[in-house]
Design a protein around this ligand. Sequence first.
Ligand SMILES: Cc1cc2nc3c(=O)[nH]c(=O)nc-3n(C[C@H](O)[C@H](O)[C@H](O)COP(=O)(O)OP(=O)(O)OC[C@H]3O[C@@H](n4cnc5c(N)ncnc54)[C@H](O)[C@@H]3O)c2cc1C
Length: 387
Amino acid sequence: MAAEVLSAQGMHVKLYDSNPTVGRKFLLAGKGGLNITHNEPLEDFIGRYDQSDWLEPMIRAFDATMIRAWMTDLGVDSFVGTSGRVFPTEMKAAPLLRRWLSRLKQQGVVLHCRHTWQGFTESGALRFNTPTGEVIIMADATLLALGGGSWASLGSNGAWVTLLNEQGIRINPLLPSNCGFKISWSDFMIPHWGKPLKNIAGWVGNHKEAISSSEAVLTTYGIEGGLVYALSRPLREEIVQQGYATLHVDLLPHVTERELRLRLTSSSKQSLDNRWRKVGIEGVKGALIREKLPKKCWNDPVSVAMCIKNYPLILDGMQPIDEAISTSGGVMRASMNDDLMLHRLPNVFCAGEMLDWDAPTGGYLLSASFASGIFAAKGILKKLTLH
Ligand SMILES: Cc1cc2nc3c(=O)[nH]c(=O)nc-3n(C[C@H](O)[C@H](O)[C@H](O)COP(=O)(O)OP(=O)(O)OC[C@H]3O[C@@H](n4cnc5c(N)ncnc54)[C@H](O)[C@@H]3O)c2cc1C
């Protein structure tokens, strides 16, 4: 994005990447259909970010409507899914990336792949490792957009943290976000691994940062899916503080506890399975209740309703950072000026997931990466044209 903005203004842009080709994580995101942004009202959209006041001017300058217009301009149509998520009509990233790279080429951007940035020389030039040896580049301005620290095989390995730390730049540690969580399931739950828990709600702690109408999947290691991704920030905070987190799940969010008690009481002459099935508790939901509640309580409408409406799942840890969809942490806001230039390294800017912001899935990650890239590019233009 930054290369596009800068080259459109006649700047000579060189784009370096350690991989043999660019956009590998973007292509991986395409496997899930490429949820590129979200169609909700801008205020709600901005509220999804933990650092919303920092990101607000960036998102306002390149919001979901502008992302869709940019796609159309590249000849890629998009549509809004039922949940408000926006996808390219083809549900693929490759055609968009191909057209985007071709535009960059037309605008004179030169790509240098297999160039791994290794830090700076004493005079502030960029050092790259390449298959033919070290290459030193002196640039008028540099934008680092090196990604977070997950899926290292795709290039974003977080090695830049050490390089920037050496320059005295403050960085919040990279931690997994939008990730699965560990649960020590009992043997009783093994037949339910791989099964979805649909139409559930959840929250963490008593602040009730509740997520409604979501879903999750039981896995061999614990749990993954929309509900835990959306709550990964408070869950991570509890785990960091006390070593475990409690995820409170409402297994039937569309029925009140009182209504459930009444329905379970009125059908008391039927078999237990029938009674539970009629209120919507069967399969994996039924197994969870059976696992948690002592058998003597299974016929007690009060205990069952309570367990359905507030089912505590104890999470013992997070999945490894490399398996997370994104990472929290990164270059801190205090290390940069309002144009995303590092205070300690004049003319070096940062953008994308390597900045210290966090957001749930839903298109917010790519949106903020795009928007911060454009914002930093404008900062570069301002800096270079003022001097
Ligand atoms: C499985 C998966 C699915 C996802 N799906 C979605 C989705 O549907 N919607 C969404 O919004 N987000 C999604 N994301 C997240 C999204 O892909 C990222 O947030 C986004 O790609 C971040 O963009 P970025 O440019 O900051 O970093 P990246 O895309 O990670 O790019 C960083 C680049 O820097 C290069 N690099 C790193 N270090 C060096 C170095 N030292 N020298 C040279 N080059 C280096 C890397 O090779 C890489 O090409 C998904 C992520 C994953 C893992």
